[in-house]
Design a binder for this molecule. Sequence first.
Ligand SMILES: NC(=O)c1ccc[n+]([C@@H]2O[C@H](COP(=O)([O-])OP(=O)(O)OC[C@H]3O[C@@H](n4cnc5c(N)ncnc54)[C@H](O)[C@@H]3O)[C@@H](O)[C@H]2O)c1
Ligand SMILES: O=C(O)C(=O)C[C@@H](O)[C@H](O)[C@H](O)COP(=O)(O)O
Ligand SMILES: [Zn+2]
Length: 360
Amino acid sequence: MKTIEIRNGEKKIYDICLDHSYAHLREKLQELGVSGRKVCIVTDSQVAPLYLKEIANLCCGLVSKVTHFVFDAGEASKNLAVIEEIYEKLIIEKFDRKDYIIALGGGVTGDMAGYAAATYLRGIDFIQLPTTLLSQVDSSIGGKTGVDFQQYKNMVGAFHQPALVYMNLNTLKTLDDRQLCAGMAEVIKHGLIKNNAYYQWIKAHTHLILERDYDTLEHMIYESCLVKGGVVERDPKEQGERALLNFGHTIGHSVEKLKDFKWLHGECVALGMVAAAAISMHRGLISDETCKDIREVLTTFHLPVQVEGLKPEDILSATKSDKKMDGGRVKFILLQSPGNAFIDRGVSDDEILEGIGACL
Ligand SMILES: NC(=O)c1ccc[n+]([C@@H]2O[C@H](COP(=O)([O-])OP(=O)(O)OC[C@H]3O[C@@H](n4cnc5c(N)ncnc54)[C@H](O)[C@@H]3O)[C@@H](O)[C@H]2O)c1
Ligand SMILES: O=C(O)C(=O)C[C@@H](O)[C@H](O)[C@H](O)COP(=O)(O)O
Ligand SMILES: [Zn+2]
């Protein structure tokens, strides 16, 4: 098992554990002090038949009570109505401040279970057991929790750090190719914003990743956890650097809602990265070749670089009603070069339309 510690100065906040099974999970739960407490495993309808029993059995005999809450899989469930149902379950089961929520699943599960944990009784501990590539490399780390509100993406939420992130990489064996590739959008994002050598490594290992060569996937997930973990350790509440993780998300989130959440989050991020790269190119920061290279890498992973059926002005106006507005300006992440991103609050409407134009 490999472990990455997330710290705040001298103090360890939590471990990110990468394992090939759940063999060491029980001892990690014991270390945390879960023994004798209640746990509620929050998971979705697709993950429950695959892994719920294993996690529930593992907790039995250690905790005083294991209960679970299962919701319909998919982004459409990421809302306050489902959060209310989780509160109801916790109240019925008499959960107190020292009891735990376990998020077993992808980013939707982690964001929702984390938000329920952040707000129930003003905050109880939660544990992330991510089972999609996207959640293993990105959403389980850093404590951004929340839900969509009406048509607004992640509009209601809280920063609430997990007590533990523990991933069994073998769970990826049951994940379908479309979901795996959606996770690759965030992986490619990590290379593009922080580490060109890693971006080049991803390009050189495309075939092995797509073939799901286990050692290659393990190395990649570890590298991505280092990038994401490093950023959130330095800037846990997005006061500065953490906003770089939003590369591709400014336009990506707009497309996600305009497409009625029918495109996966990672797919929308891919499109948003194409637009942000195009804006960076028009600024003279990166070359046309680099832009083409980014499109090619995304295409290799079957990610969309073009969208049909949306009007540029609708994407622009959705972008301006997103929470990425900062003092009346859109907060954009641009590329200085591959591996080197920066925050820009001065991107004009014309530039945004030009970026959108690159994906139509
Ligand atoms: N909090 C953050 O920092 C952060 C970061 C990135 C994305 N997100 C959020 O994460 C969400 C996307 O996460 P996601 O892509 O994991 O989606 P998801 O949670 O909907 O999972 C995708 C699908 O895969 C299924 N699934 C999960 N694990 C499986 C497995 N091992 N085998 C078979 N099927 C499995 C799920 O049931 C679901 O149908 C979005 O809501 C996005 O906004 C949050
Ligand atoms: O952890 C972060 O910070 C991120 O921005 C990671 C993103 O991949 C993720 O999609 C996040 O939820 C977007 O944040 P938001 O604040 O724009 O909703
Ligand atoms: Zn994302």
